[in-house]
Design a protein around this ligand. Structure first.
Ligand SMILES: Nc1ncnc2c1ncn2[C@@H]1O[C@H](COP(=O)(O)OP(=O)(O)OP(=O)(O)O)[C@@H](O)[C@H]1O
Ligand SMILES: [Mg+2]
Length: 419
């Protein structure tokens, strides 16, 4: 692992470190002796938790929704603080990070392709251009057009199909639609948010309709340094079934055969390169249709994974994706060789319906630790996207089956009461 002995190690500017992966970046910077700076909005910085505020060496306050101004402010900040690497934590700002890196002459992603890692319509085009297996798709501006494009072509997209916003994350506004009757509601849900909070970034209002890919779901991250892809472990992803596909958990290793693991890693690396990742990391989600050996890419983002996957992968393999990401943006060779072959699983506690949280109890079992994200008295959103999580449990064990079973046992013994 590369370490700097100077107390003033190299500096990395993170465009919005708030969010799930932020704490893993902070921890990785600490391990590497990297000074971490944040670029954000003044009012967003006011809401930072203490652990983040105190971990930062400084803050570049700007308006991230105004590309010209943000680039001007951040470039000046980079010169002033001798910044040696640019990172992004928020998917929607990954194109901005690519533009900044190019402007200040630091390692970064291809700015001409970077929007494809944020916008799922451009992503579909990039995958098609690179010949990457992915669901067929169509674009709609409104409900009438959605009905039309769902029917078009020799077979249409077929039913069920998936409706999702062109730009969003956290499963917000994503619906699996069984037939034409559900289309209007799904398009409305996908278009509900015109701006992403907390920055107020305007979103592409178009809606994507995708062919439904059946089968199990997996994710695989790819660190890319100097254009060379370093595939990370494959993780199995579990979600709710039905209209809303909210993550219920992840397990590493995935349980796939060595051959399929290699196939998923290869496909994920191709997807990362197709959306212009050159010095950074990508989180790619795939589904493998039953009976098929071809992973179909659902999406890829040029960022660290959310859902505490950094913790799950490191517990299972000893590889810190956040350390590897910082190394990649600093132009170094990333440490991606596993140092152990254990297993870990995370399970999320989801409510059965929305309301007010009355009570949450997560029992502690050996080999597990848990975190509560909502407190009694807090509003619990409907279980239609990942904001409804009440907490999570991480279990570590020698095998994936044992880690999953342990995490499931904790969830089964937990109590979530919503009134
Ligand atoms: N074409 C598809 N076929 C089958 N399932 C899909 C498809 N598209 C999305 N899904 C399901 O919906 C989930 C959320 O969709 P997607 O990943 O596109 O949205 P997101 O908001 O970026 O999600 P997140 O940030 O939670 O990963 C996927 O993980 C998958 O389970
Ligand atoms: Mg996703």
């Amino acid at each position: 692992m590369t370490m700097w002995t100077s107390p003033r190690g190299p500096a990395v500017l993170v465009i919005e470190p708030m969010g799930n992966a932020g704490r893993f970046l902070v921890e990785a910077a600490d391990r590497l002796g990297v000074r971490l700076y944040a670029a954000t909005h003044e009012e967003v910085h006011d809401g930072y938790p203490d652990w983040l505020r105190t971990a930062l060496a400084g803050v570049c306050a700007t308006d991230l929704t105004d590309t010209a101004r943000a680039l001007e402010d951040m470039a000046a900040f980079c010169r002033q603080h001798a910044v040696a690497g640019i990172a992004a934590c928020f998917e929607l700002f990954t194109p901005l990070a690519a533009l900044l890196a190019r402007r200040v002459g630091l390692p970064g992603n291809d700015p001409r392709l970077a929007h494809a890692a944020r916008n799922k319509i451009l992503m579909g085009e990039a995958f098609a251009a690179a010949g990457i297996p992915a669901p067929r798709w169509a674009v709609a501006h409104d409900v009438a057009e959605a009905h039309r494009v769902a029917r078009e072509g020799p077979d249409g997209l077929g039913w069920p199909l998936v409706v999702k916003p062109a730009e969003q994350g956290g499963s917000w506004g994503v619906s699996v639609v069984e037939g034409p009757d559900g289309l209007a509601d799904a398009v409305e849900a996908a278009q509900r948010f015109t701006h992403a909070q907390p920055h107020g970034l305007a979103l592409d209002p178009r809606v994507l309709l995708q062919e439904y890919v059946a089968g199990e779901e997996y994710s695989c991250d790819t660190v890319v340094a100097g254009g060379v892809a370093y595939p990370m472990p494959v993780v199995r992803k579990d979600t709710t079934k039905g209209r809303y596909r909210v993550e219920t958990g992840h397990t590493c290793p995935s349980g796939l055969s060595a051959r399929l693991v290699a196939q998923v890693r290869h496909t994920a690396a191709r997807a990362a390169l197709a959306v212009g990742v050159r010095d950074g990391i990508a989180h790619t989600e795939v589904k493998i249709p039953p009976g098929s050996r071809t992973p179909h890419v659902i999406e890829t983002g040029a960022r660290l994974p959310g859902d505490s996957l950094c913790e799950v992968v490191e517990a299972a393999t000893g590889v810190s994706e956040a350390v590897a990401y910082l190394q990649a943006v600093l132009g170094l060779v990333p440490d991606t060789v596993p140092s152990r072959a254990d297993a870990a699983a995370i399970r999320f506690l989801l409510p059965e319906s929305g309301g007010v949280l009355r009570r949450v109890d997560i029992p502690g079992l050996p080999g597990t630790h848990s975190e509560v994200s909502l407190r009694p008295g807090d509003a619990v959103p409907e279980p239609s996207d990942s904001t409804c999580r009440v907490g999570h449990v991480v279990a570590r064990a020698g095998t994936a089956d044992r880690a999953r079973a342990l995490a499931d046992r904790v969830v089964a013994r937990s109590r979530v009461e919503v009134g």
